[in-house]
Write a protein that binds this ligand. Structure first.
Ligand code: PMP
Length: 455
C-alpha cells in the first residue's frame, strides 16, 4: 500500500488546491528535484569537456545517471541507454538510424492505437523519405477491437511477413489504455522470417514505453524488446529528457542520428576517417541536457524513496539499484494507480450517456480514462472541469488514428489520468465535477427546450 498522504507532502500542487488528473501528459515534479538543480549549480560545468574538479564531478554524476536509468528497466548496462529530448525524438532516432537499412519492398508494421510519435515517423519514412531515395517501403496498421480496445492480434499476425523490417507498438495506449501483449507480439515479430543485415532472423521490435514505463515495471531483458522509448517528464522529472533503450549490438551496428563533438573517439578525426566513441556516447553528439539527465535519474531514485520510505541512495550517495527493488516499487505504483482508475470508473458509472473507451473493468490498462458524454463537447467538459480546479485534457491526445477509427468526428475525448500521488479525494472531486457539469448541462438544455415549447 502506498502512503499517498506522505508522498503528497513532497509536492507543491496539493497546497495550491489543484486536482492534478492530467498525468498522462506530464507528472508534477517533487520539491527535492527542483532543489537539486540549485545544488548541481555549485559544480556547474560541461561534461567530458574540462579538467576542473567541477567538470569531473558533473561528468561522474552524468555518467552514473545512465547506470541508474539502465537499472530501472533492467538493461544490462549503460551502453544500451541513449538520451534524447523525449520519446518522440527517440523514435525518430531509430527511424533515421535504420534509414540506410530499409530495402525496396520492406514494410513497417504498427497499429491504429499508436500515439502520432509512433505513427508519423513511419508514415514519413514510407511516404516521404524513402520514395525520394528511390525505395518503396510500406507502413501497415493493425486494427483494434472497438468494444474491448484490444489489439487485433490476428490482423497483426496477417500484416507481419518476411519483408517486415520492424514492428512498432505502444506498450500502453495513452487514449484507450490498452496494454498489448508484448510477449505474443515479440513471438510474432521474431518468427516473421525477415533476414536482418546482421544475419539475425526476424523483425525488430520497438515498444513506445511513454505510458508503460511510468506506470509499471518494465524489464527489457524479459520482454526481449529491441528498442524501448520513454520520457522522464511523465515520471516526476522536469521536461527535456527522453530515453532510447536499444540492444547493444544494434547500437554498435547502426549509424547515429546526430553527428558532431563527443560522439567521436578522442583525437580520432581526420579528413579521411572518423572513429566513433564507445557506447552510449556514440549517440551523444553535442552538449547534452546534463542537468536534466542527472535530475531525471534522481527522479527514479526519489520514486523508490517515495514509494518505499526512507532515503536509500539519493544524489551523491548512490548505490546500485537491484531490479527486484524497482519491480516491487513499480508493482506498488501500478496497483495504486489501477485502484484510482477503477474508482474513477465506478464514480462515473451513473453519468447519463457516458462512454469510456478501451478495456473493460478488471483488465490491466494504463491509469487513465478517456471518455465522451453524449451531447457534450469534450473541450467544453474539460474547460468546465478546470473551473472546478480539476486538470484534465480534451482532444485526441495525439492518438488521432484511434479516434478516427472509432468514428469520433471531430476526433476528441476528455481524459482523466492518474499518478502515484493521486488520492481518492482527487478522484472524487474530478468525477463529481463531471457529474455536476453534465447534469447541470442537461437541466439547462431541457429548460431551453421547455421555454421554446411554451413560446
Ligand atoms: N507515446 C505515448 C503513448 C505518449 O503518451 C506520449 C506522450 N503523450 C508520447 C508517445 C510522446 O511523448 P513525448 O511528447 O514526450 O515525446
Amino acid at each position: 500500500m502506498l502512503d499517498v498522504r506522505r508522498i503528497r507532502r513532497h509536492f507543491d500542487f496539493p497546497a495550491a488546491g489543484r486536482v492534478v488528473t492530467n498525468n498522462a501528459a506530464s507528472t508534477q515534479p517533487p520539491r527535492e528535484l527542483i532543489g537539486l538543480y540549485r545544488e548541481l549549480a555549485r559544480s556547474y560545468e560541461n561534461v567530458h569537456r574540462g579538467q576542473s574538479s567541477a567538470s569531473q564531478r558533473t561528468t561522474d554524476a552524468f555518467e552514473a545517471s545512465f547506470d541508474t536509468i539502465a537499472a530501472w528497466i533492467n538493461a544490462p548496462s549503460r551502453r544500451s541507454i541513449v538520451t534524447y529530448r523525449n520519446t518522440t525524438e527517440a523514435i525518430n532516432a531509430v527511424m533515421y538510424s535504420l534509414l540506410t537499412e530499409f530495402r525496396d519492398g520492406d514494410n513497417v508494421v504498427t497499429t491504429l492505437m499508436e500515439h502520432n510519435s509512433d505513427f508519423v515517423p513511419w508514415y514519413a519514412l514510407s511516404r516521404e523519405i524513402l520514395p525520394r531515395l528511390g525505395r518503396r517501403v510500406e507502413c501497415r496498421l493493425a486494427r483494434f477491437d472497438h468494444a474491448s480496445g484490444r489489439l487485433d492480434l490476428d490482423h497483426l499476425a496477417d500484416l507481419i511477413d518476411d519483408r517486415t523490417k520492424l514492428v512498432c507498438v505502444t506498450g500502453a495506449s495513452n487514449f484507450l489504455g490498452t496494454k498489448p501483449p508484448l510477449d505474443l507480439i515479440r513471438r510474432l515479430s521474431r518468427d516473421s522470417g525477415y533476414a536482418q543485415p546482421s544475419g539475425e532472423n526476424g523483425s525488430l521490435l520497438l515498444v513506445d514505453g511513454a505510458q508503460l514505463v511510468p506506470s509499471s515495471p518494465v524489464d527489457v531483458g524479459a520482454l526481449d524488446v529491441d528498442y524501448l522509448a520513454f520520457s522522464f517528464h511523465k515520471m516526476l522529472a522536469p521536461f527535456g529528457v527522453g530515453v532510447l533503450y536499444a540492444k547493444e549490438h544494434l547500437l554498435e551496428a547502426s549509424l547515429p542520428f546526430l553527428y558532431g563533438g563527443d560522439m567521436i573517439a578522442t583525437g580520432r578525426v581526420s579528413p579521411d576517417r572518423v572513429d566513433y566513441n564507445d557506447l552510449p556516447w556514440k549517440y551523444s553528439a553535442g552538449t547534452p541536457n546534463i542537468l536534466g539527465t542527472i535530475v531525471s535519474a534522481q527522479a527514479l531514485r526519489l520514486t523508490l524513496d517515495l514509494v518505499q520510505g526512507g532515503r536509500p541512495s539519493w544524489f551523491g550517495t548512490e548505490r546500485p539499484i537491484p531490479w527486484e527493488t524497482v519491480a516491487s516499487c513499480m508493482g506498488t505504483v501500478s496497483r495504486h494507480t489501477a485502484a484510482m482508475t477503477e474508482l474513477a470508473r465506478k464514480r462515473l458509472r451513473d453519468v447519463v450517456g457516458l462512454r469510456v473507451y478501451g478495456p473493460q473493468p478488471g483488465v490491466d490498462r494504463s491509469p487513465l480514462l478517456a471518455f465522451n458524454v453524449d451531447g457534450f463537447d469534450p473541450f467544453w467538459l474539460a474547460d468546465g472541469l478546470n473551473e472546478f480546479g480539476v486538470e484534465s485534457r480534451a482532444g485526441c491526445h495525439c492518438a488521432t488514428l484511434a479516434h478516427r477509427d472509432l468514428g469520433l468526428i471531430p476526433p476528441a475525448s476528455c481524459r482523466l489520468s492518474f499518478a502515484l500521488y493521486t488520492n481518492a479525494d482527487d478522484v472524487e472531486r474530478a468525477t463529481e465535477a463531471v457529474r455536476c457539469l453534465t447534469s447541470r448541462g442537461r437541466r439547462r438544455t431541457r429548460a431551453r427546450a421547455d421555454d421554446a415549447g411554451a413560446r
